[in-house]
Design a protein around this ligand. Structure first.
Ligand code: GDP
Ligand code: GDP
Length: 437
């Protein structure tokens, strides 16, 4: 299932990130509160009235341009039009209309995608009349909100989910491993894809996938079915116009949404970029399997410690992807290209692995015997029972006496024990704590 994407567009300082953070705060829980992942995020999974969607703050996307604000805003608006399912255009209700608001509105009026005009910083009801001037933008009725004071945001979200497209289900099926190949332009994604499927039988290609603009490539290898998601333009490549490449961020998030396993391609010369970190964080939180491929390894002068040092640097920079295998490859010389598809299969298996309840409980019992659970005000946490209700990613539920006593560091300890015992290489784990008296 691919979630609809809502892009927030607007001048700097209108309050985009304030709204973003407010909506995001509502879903923080002990399991998801992973330090280092949430900082500086550009995307966020949200849910309102049972509809799930992904929100993107286009203000946080780095465009490959040093241009001034207006150009950056035009890029944002165009990006939203090209890639999002709905657009939330935010203006500053205090400052009133500016010339760049007019410019952006002109761009947004030319799309058929739903646009919601939101006037922020309407901090009290008596200021609502100040929003009327925004009718002049020609985008319908402005919705007054105050992101900082959490006013009228429920009504705004009502209006937002009402204009989202119907949910769509993927028709591709189960024994097929879905792979998203992501990474900055020019790291060698297309070359790698071509090298992987080069000698294999491509079953269907260039057939529009379920997401309107995605093109999937299906192939088999050693009896296993694979689909490479959103390889639109990838195999043909080179003639792709630059502007399309700039927009690859949202496209990548969409591909990640639909994938089981994400292949993060990193350039051996350039290393990990900020954009890589953001997308890797998204993949981690979305619970996807993950493999890091350091491509163009042929260009690196190596000694016996080079790959070790490189691995350490990557693990340091992508702190939350400690579980990902790192593979050094070259699409050009085909070094370890064969290994890539083997690893995809391996990680997909880990990602959907179920462990027997008896063994699981034995492992947790041993872990708590070695290192007792935390206590608080004389009360000690007790884990009664553990189950694994789900896979993709493997999800564990701990039934305990007092969920509040559970501590992040202790969950981390339990996660490490699960990994020591069962592997789970290349997959995040989801740990849930439930109270049971
Ligand atoms: P962004 O650049 O669009 O992401 O804007 P920010 O979210 O960083 O907000 C810019 C400034 O506007 C900050 O100082 C916020 O505290 C302030 N701000 C955001 N929302 C409101 C609001 O509803 N009312 C008022 N008075 N100030 C706000
Ligand atoms: P994409 O934009 O990520 O799809 O990257 P491409 O596959 O188009 O590759 C970008 C450039 O890097 C092309 O000139 C490729 O020939 C080159 N390239 C790709 N993989 C390798 C590699 O493993 N080694 C070297 N030396 N060059 C590579």
């Amino acid at each position: 299932m691919s979630k609809p994407i809502v892009a927030i567009v607007g001048r700097p300082n209108v309050g985009k990130s304030t709204l973003f953070n407010y909506i995001g705060k509502k879903r923080v829980s002990i399991v998801e509160d992973t330090p280092g992942v949430t900082r500086d995020r550009i995307y966020m999974d949200a849910e309102w009235l049972g509809r799930q969607f992904t929100m993107i703050d286009t203000g946080g996307i780095e465009f490959e341009t040093n241009d001034k604000i207006l150009t950056a805003m035009r890029h944002q608006a165009q990006l939203a039009i090209d890639e999002a399912d709905a657009i939330l255009f935010m203006v500053d209700g205090k400052t009133g209309i500016t010339s760049s608001d007019h410019e952006v509105a002109a761009v947004l009026r030319n799309t058929r995608k739903p646009v919601l005009l939101v006037a922020n910083k309407i901090d009290t009801i008596k200021n609502v009349h100040e929003t009327y001037e925004f009718y002049n933008l020609g985008l319908g009725e402005p919705i007054p909100i105050s992101a900082a004071n959490a006013l009228n945001i429920g009504d705004m979200l009502d209006a937002l989910v009402a204009c989202l497209p119907e949910e769509q289900t993927d028709q591709t099926e189960n024994d097929e491993i879905k792979v998203a190949v992501i990474g900055r332009p020019n790291v060698g994604k297309s070359s790698l894809v071509n090298a992987i499927i080069g000698e294999e039988r491509v079953i269907v290609s260039d057939i529009p996938g379920t997401t309107r603009d995605a093109i999937d490539t299906h192939f088999t290898k050693d009896g296993q079915y694979f689909v490479l998601i959103d390889t639109a333009g990838m195999r043909r490549k080179a003639k792709i116009a630059m502007p399309v490449e700039r927009y690859s961020v949202i496209r990548s998030l969409r591909a990640v949404d639909r994938a089981d396993v994400v292949l993060m391609v990193i350039d051996a010369i350039d290393g990990v970029t900020e954009q890589d970190k953001k997308i890797a964080g998204y993949a981690h939180e979305a619970g996807k399997g993950n493999i890091i491929v350091v491509n163009k390894w042929d260009l690196v002068e190596k000694d016996s410690k080079t790959s070790l040092r490189f691995t350490e640097t990557i693990r340091h920079e992508l702190g939350f992807l400690q579980y990902s295998p790192v593979l050094f490859a070259s699409a050009l010389t085909k070094q370890r290209v064969q290994r890539v598809s083997e690893l995809i299969k391996y990680v997909a298996d880990q990602h959907s692995m179920r462990v027997a309840t008896s063994v699981l409980n034995q492992v947790i019992e041993d872990a708590t015997a070695v290192n007792p659970p935390p206590s608080d005000r004389g009360k000690r946490l007790k884990i009664y029972y553990t189950t694994q209700p789900d896979v993709k990613p493997p999800t564990f539920v701990f039934f305990v006496n007092e969920p509040e006593i559970m501590h992040f560091s202790y969950l981390r300890y339990l996660e490490n024990k699960l990994r020591e015992s069962f592997g789970f290489e290349g997959t995040p784990l989801k740990l849930v704590v439930r109270g049971r008296k």
